[in-house]
Structure formats: C-alpha cells, structure tokens
Design a protein around this ligand. Structure first.
Ligand code: ACM
Length: 538
C-alpha cells in the first residue's frame, strides 16, 4: 500500500522515499498533550485490527503531537525507518492524520481482529501534508423513513471518520416516524415511533410490506452516539422537521395539527411516501410544544447547529383553516409563506438566545430568511446562492448531485431506482461552490453534505448499497482541493478505488460493485420511478 492510494487525496505527499517503518508488537505509541482521543482510537482500532498492543513507551513507534502552526484540521504525517510522527493543528487534525496512517498500513487495518499472530506491517517512507478544503463535510441520514438501530449508526460514524467526514446530520423526525425519546412527551415514541405497514417501493407501487416497522433512540442511546461521534471529531447535528413533515408528531398529539380542517385524531403514522398535507398548526401551543422538544435536544446535542427542517410544507391546510387565517392577520405576516417564516424566525431567535445556530432546508428562504439562519441548499444551488449573496452561511447539498438515494446507474437492475442517475463519476465531478458567487460570497459556503433519504432503503445493507462507493467520491470533493469538474482526473480516482474497495470489504460494507448489483442487492418487481429527470420526491 502506498501513499498514492489515499482517499481522499491529500494536499501534498512525497515518497515513498525509504523502506519506511515496520509496525510490530514492539511498536510504541506516544501521545502528546491534546492528542488523547487519537491515542485511544489508534490503540483500539488500529491495534485491534493488527493485534498490536501499541503500548506507551520510549521505543521506536508512533508519536502524536499538536503543532499549533497548523490549522486545527490540518496534519503532517512523516514515516521514516525510525518512526511515524503525526502532528495536527489541534486534536481533529491529529485524528485525520491517524486515518491516513490506517490507509497506509493497508486493508487489514480496516478489520476488527488480526488475520495472523505476530504480524509485521510496513508503512511506506513518506511525508504527507494535508488539510481539508471545507470545514463542513457531512452526511445526512434519514432514520425516520426507515429506522437504523443504534449499532448501525455507530458503524456509520466509523465509516464517516474513515473518509475524513466530520458532520453527521441526523434526521430524527418525519411523517413516517419519530425517533428520539422526549421525556416530557412520551407519546412521541410510545405511539409514533412505529407504523403498522410500509409502502414497498415508490409511492405509486401497489405493494405493501405488512411487517410493522419502527424503533427509536433513548436519550442514553443519543448520549452514546454523540460521545462516539465526539471521540471521532464528528459533530452530530440533530434535525426535527417543522412545520411540515410532522404527521408522526400530530398522530401522538393531535392538537398540534390543523384541527379545524382535518380530523387530526384519526391520523396515523404515515405508511407511504411523498409530500404530506398534514402540517403543524400555527399556534402558541405548537411553539411551546417544540420549545420543549428542543430544550431536551439541546441537553443531548452539544453541536452549534440545530436543524429545524422547514422543507416541503404544503400551505393548503393553512389556506383552508379559519384559525390559521386569523393568525396571519393577528401576526401581520401577510400570507401562508409568512406563517412558515414566522415559525422559523421564532426558533432562530430561540436558538440564538441559547448560543446555538439554526439551520434549515432552502424553503426557509420563502417569506424572508430569519436573521441568523444557515441554509441547506437542496433544490439545486439557487437557494444557497441567494442565501450566500444575502450574507447567510450555506451548506451545499443539491439533490441533482449529492442525493445518494438516487440511483447510481441507468440500467434495469438498480434496486427500486428513483430520481436522477448519478454515477460515481458524477459525484466525483460535483462542485460545491457555484461560479455565481464572488470570492467573498463563497466564504459563506461552509461546506457540503451528501443526503441519504431512506424511503426505499429498508435496512442497513440497502443504505450501504446507495451510499458506497459514492461517499468515497463525495469525501474527496469535500476534503481535497480538486481542479474544476471537467478537469478532474476520474481515471486516477478509479485507480485509487481498487484498494479502497479492499478497505470497504475489510469493513464489511455492502457497496454497489462496479459491475452492478449482486443478486441479493436487486429488487425485481418493486416499482421505482424510472424516469430520468423526474422530480425525486418519493
Ligand atoms: C428534502 O429533500 N426534502 C430536504
């Protein structure tokens, strides 16, 4: 394994210039102040994979240090015959350097136990100097449409770390399920974390899966997930979606819905897909309820950013509801877009007063963007461009490029194919910063994330299939400073994917093989939406 096979590609690398260093049972691990998280990770993960103690000591080995002349996420890794030195600008940089070391050792370093006793592992003599292009390198996982049990989430955090991704956007509520325990509102999980059946395929499919589906994370599960992420220098950004995508919450607490136009007490947890008309009522009671939800979330999630959704909120019920219309007049917000904006502004000030920052999908621009809001630009670049030009921060995640639920090949064998065809190469050529932004405006692009909506991913193997290998290309886009899309060397990336597939195999990832799905990865007869260019909402 050589440095030329790293993914994401480092900013600068020299070598191999010597035989390098041999890791064996005598290899010491020395950790300077501030590098303890990487010390623990190396001993547990690399040591566990290779069967090496990586004990503290003075002998030849791996040294970790902070070098504050480097940026916090930057690192320098030097491997010579006398040892390996990893210096990072701060703890995260040291950790990303350790991820590079793991790749340099080879695919065996991605296993959980050694293949042989008393192994010796060569690290090529090299110097790697590296730092990320973007500070926000994320993946959003929808655990509402299909629940992912906690061990699967922890596994995804490891997969993000292995790709130097540092934000996990956790989509915890939707029409089809509520996934986080809120102590003051127990019915959210008692009644709304389960649904009796689930549409099997695209919403136009005739098929149902009649096995009840559901699950939720207890507050202790969430604490464990957040701590596990923190140890890996990943921020967990929770999302509770308001005022749309709220039928599960309305099922548990019918007074949250527009009771004057719909019999909210009869609404179940939704069992199909698409944009749902049952949205929150614009009342003081609704605001107090969600302040209660967010109060508990702030205790659980230390991240600066808190996502409030804001997407796909149909305004039909508010148009029909005398109570909502009276509210529009009373608040002086003009129309239904103004009501949506009123919801978001309320939580923008509420979060700001608590030292946090609101982020929402680009529909939060409609009716006027709240003062401190950051925008997840998903319906293309447009929302992100408008927000950045108005001085707001932006995370670029356009559905046309980085929605990993969309099919990755145009062939008939893709399982439940939906949305656009977006291949590994398409993702590799994704550019997060659009040319319409000036250099100054482009500084508002905090970074980028890939989004994983799980309507047609019924379990973790299906999630793996959609996410990999494309997340590897996405990680290189987010971390590495690449040429303009048309000039990117995809052939070189593909060459580096050969060892990367070996790493994914060692990790047990059910990726899509380059030749197409394996028999058990197909879903013959389950309807997708096989019209390229169709709107992707499923
Ligand atoms: C979204 O895809 N509805 C944000």
């Amino acid at each position: 394994m050589t440095f030329e096979q790293l993914i994401p590609a480092p900013a600068r690398a020299e070598g191999p210039h010597s035989e390098g260093f041999i890791l064996d049972s005598s290899t010491a691990l020395r950790a300077g102040p501030g590098t303890e998280s990487t010390e623990r990770w190396l001993r547990a993960t690399l040591g566990g994979a290779l069967g090496l103690p990586l004990a503290p000591g003075e002998g030849a080995g791996i040294s970790l240090a902070i070098d504050d002349s480097l940026a916090p996420e930057a690192y320098r890794l030097s491997a010579t015959q006398s040892g390996i030195e990893i210096a990072g600008g701060a703890a995260p940089g040291v950790f990303w350097g350790a991820q590079t070391l793991r790749q340099l050792v080879g695919p065996e370093a991605f296993r959980r136990a050694p293949l042989r006793a008393a192994g010796r592992y060569a690290v090529p003599g090299c110097l790697v100097e590296d730092s990320p292009r973007f500070g926000w390198r994320g993946m959003m996982l929808d655990v509402a449409r299909h629940f992912m049990p906690k061990d699967g989430v922890l596994r995804y955090l490891d997969l993000l770390a292995a790709h130097k991704l540092n934000v996990f956007h956790f989509h915890l509520s939707d029409d089809q399920g509520w996934r986080v325990e809120i102590k003051r509102y127990p019915k959210l999980t008692e009644e709304s974390s389960w649904r009796p059946r689930t549409k099997w395929g695209h919403r136009a499919s005739e098929l149902w899966n009649d096995t009840p589906h559901g699950g939720f994370y207890t507050q202790d599960d969430i604490r464990e997930i957040v701590a596990y992420a923190h140890e890996r220098h990943i921020a967990v950004v929770p999302e509770i979606d308001i005022p749309g995508h709220s039928q599960a919450a309305i099922h548990a607490y019918p007074e949250l819905g527009n009771t004057d136009v719909v019999d909210t007490a009869s609404l179940g947890v939704w069992d199909s897909w698409g944009i749902n008309p049952n949205v929150l009522a614009p009342t003081e009671n609704t605001l107090r309820f969600y302040e209660g939800v967010f109060e508990e979330l702030l205790e659980l999630f230390p991240s600066t950013f808190v996502h409030v959704g804001g997407d796909e909120c149909p305004k039909d019920q508010w148009k029909a509801s005398p109570a909502a219309q009276a509210r529009i007049k009373e608040l002086g917000v003009g129309d239904e877009d103004g009501l949506q904006s009123w919801f978001i502004r309320h939580f923008d000030s509420w979060l700001t007063a608590r030292g946090r920052r609101l982020i929402g999908w680009d529909e939060i621009l409609e009716g006027g963007l709240a003062e401190g809001a950051t925008v997840s630009s998903w319906r293309g670049y447009g929302g992100g461009i408008a927000a950045a030009k108005a001085g707001h921060d932006v995370v670029m995640c356009p559905e046309q490029q980085v929605y990993l639920d969309h099919r990755q090949d145009g062939g008939p064998d893709e399982p439940v194919p939906i949305g656009f065809v977006r291949t590994l190469e398409d993702v590799y050529r994704f550019e997060p910063v659009p040319p319409q932004l000036t250099e100054e405006e482009a500084r508002h692009v905090l970074g980028t994330q890939a989004n994983v909506w799980t309507e047609v991913m019924e379990h973790h193997a299906r999630v793996d299939y959609q996410v990999f290998p494309r997340l590897a290309a996405f990680a290189e886009v987010a971390w590495s400073t690449l040429p303009a899309p048309a000039e990117r060397d995809f052939a070189d990336f593909e060459r580096r994917m050969t060892p990367h597939y070996a790493r994914l195999d060692a990790l047990g990832v059910d990726y899509r093989p380059p030749g197409g799905p394996l028999p058990w990865q197909k879903r013959p007869g389950v309807l997708g939406r096989p019209i390229d260019g169709a709107p992707p909402n499923v």
